[in-house]
Ligand binder design. Structure first.
Ligand code: AHG
Ligand code: MN
Ligand code: MN
Length: 351
C-alpha cells in the first residue's frame, strides 16, 4: 500500500510561493508566523482547565464585553509573533480599539494583519471548541509606518485569510485565493500537516442552519419567515433543515464548510448590524467560503464588497452553502415571504 506524501504547512506555503518568482518571501513568513502563534495558543487552550488562565479579568474590551485571560494571551501571542519581522506595517485586533502600530524599534513592511485572537471565548470553560480568525491585506497608505487606512479595506482585497479551530484536534484552514487548504496539527511533532487539500463546501451536502434562535422575537418578519421555512413551519418545505448551533463562529462555520449548510447572525431590532465584526470575523471567513464555492452575504450584498469605515464595524452575516445563502437573500428581500416558497426544494426533489 503506498503512503501519501506528508506535506507540512511550510512545504505547502513554499510550493505556493514558487508560482510567483517575484515573491520576496515576506508573505510566506507571515503565514509561518501565524501558524507558530496558533501552536502556542493551541497549547494553552489544551491546558485551559489546568492552568490558571480561566475566569474574567474584570476588564471590558472595546466591544463592551468581558475579556477572559485567554483572549488576552492569544492577542499577545499573535502580536509578538508578528511585530518584529519587518513584514508588517501594523495590525488590528478585536481586543484593541485602535490600529496597532509596529513598535518603533522594529522595521515595517508591506502587509497588515487583522485578527480575532480567540473566537467563541464564552465557551472555554465548558471545553467547547474555540478559534482564531485572521486576514491579511497589502499596505495601501502613504504613511511610512502604516495607519488604520491599511486595515480599512474591503474583503475582496484580502491577500490571504484563514482560521484555526481548537477542537478535538487543532486545524488551520487558509486561502491565498487559490483554493482552501486545511492542516491538522500533529501534536507529538508540533507540525501542521495537510489533511484537507482543496476543500469545497458540498453543494448537495447536509441541510443545516446555524443561528441563535433565542433572538427570534427580535428579528424582522422576513428573517422569521426564513427560519420558519427552514424548519418547515410554513408548510412549504418538505425537507426541513437540521439545526446546529455551537455558539463559536469558527466551529459552526468549520462544520458547515465540511458538511454543508449555512450560518447566520442576523440583524435584529436592538442590533441593527448584528453582532459579528466585519473585519475580524465576517470578511476572512467570507474569503474562505467563496474560495470553497460557497457564499457570504449580509443578507443583501456580498460581505467582501462592503467598504469598511471603522475597525470594529459589525455586520449581519449569512455564510455557507451558496444555495442556502441565496435562499436567505430571497427571503430578506421580501420575495419569499408568503405562499410560494419553493425552489430549493423543487431543485432538491428533482435530484
Ligand atoms: P468572540 O468570542 O470573539 O467575542 O465571538 C463570539 C461570537 C461568535 O463566535 C459566535 O458565533 C457568537 O458570538 C455567538 O453569539 P450569541 O451568544 O449571541 O449566539
Ligand atoms: Mn469572535
Ligand atoms: Mn474574540
Amino acid at each position: 500500500m503506498s503512503q501519501r506524501s506528508v506535506v507540512t504547512i511550510e512545504r505547502h506555503i513554499i510550493e505556493a510561493e514558487r508560482q510567483f518568482p517575484e515573491a520576496t518571501g515576506a508573505f510566506s513568513n507571515i503565514m509561518y508566523d501565524i501558524a507558530f502563534a496558533a501552536k502556542m495558543i493551541a497549547r494553552e487552550v489544551r491546558r485551559a482547565g489546568l492552568a490558571d488562565v480561566l475566569g474574567y479579568t474584570g476588564e471590558v474590551n472595546v466591544q463592551g464585553e468581558e475579556v477572559k485571560k485567554l483572549d488576552e494571551f492569544a492577542h499577545e501571542v499573535i502580536f509578538k509573533a508578528l511585530d518584529h519581522t519587518g513584514h508588517l506595517c501594523g495590525m488590528a485586533s478585536e481586543e484593541v480599539e485602535d490600529f496597532i502600530p509596529i513598535p518603533d524599534r522594529f522595521p515595517t513592511g508591506k502587509y497588515c494583519v487583522l485578527f480575532d485572537p480567540l473566537d467563541g471565548s464564552s465557551n472555554i470553560e465548558a471545553n467547547v471548541s474555540v478559534g482564531t480568525i485572521f486576514s491579511v491585506h497589502r499596505k495601501i497608505s502613504d504613511h511610512e509606518r502604516g495607519c488604520a487606512e491599511d486595515c480599512l479595506q474591503p474583503g475582496y482585497k484580502q491577500v490571504a485569510a484563514g482560521y484555526v479551530v481548537y477542537g478535538s484536534s487543532t486545524m488551520l484552514v487558509y486561502t491565498t485565493g487559490n483554493g482552501v487548504h486545511g492542516f491538522t496539527l500533529e501534536p507529538s511533532i508540533g507540525e501542521f500537516l495537510l489533511s484537507h487539500p482543496n476543500i469545497r463546501i458540498p453543494e448537495k451536502g447536509q441541510r443545516i442552519y446555524s443561528v441563535n434562535e433565542g433572538n427570534y422575537n427580535k428579528w424582522s418578519p422576513e428573517q422569521r419567515a426564513l427560519v420558519d421555512h427552514l424548519k418547515g413551519a410554513d408548510g412549504q418545505n418538505p425537507r426541513p433543515f437540521s439545526a446546529r448551533y455551537i455558539g463559536s463562529l469558527v466551529a459552526d462555520f468549520h462544520r458547515n464548510l465540511l458538511y454543508g449548510g449555512f450560518f447566520m447572525y442576523p440583524a435584529d431590532h436592538k442590533n441593527r448590524n448584528g453582532k459579528l465584526r466585519l473585519l475580524y470575523e465576517a470578511a476572512p471567513l467570507a474569503m474562505i467560503a467563496e474560495q470553497a464555492g460557497g457564499r457570504a452575504s449580509d443578507g443583501f450584498r456580498k460581505i467582501n464588497d462592503i467598504v469598511p469605515d471603522s475597525l470594529h464595524q459589525r455586520t449581519p452575516l449569512y455564510i455557507g452553502t451558496r444555495e442556502h445563502v441565496e435562499l436567505a437573500e430571497q427571503f430578506l428581500a421580501g420575495g419569499r415571504v408568503g405562499a410560494e416558497a419553493l425552489s430549493i426544494e423543487a431543485v432538491a426533489a428533482g435530484v
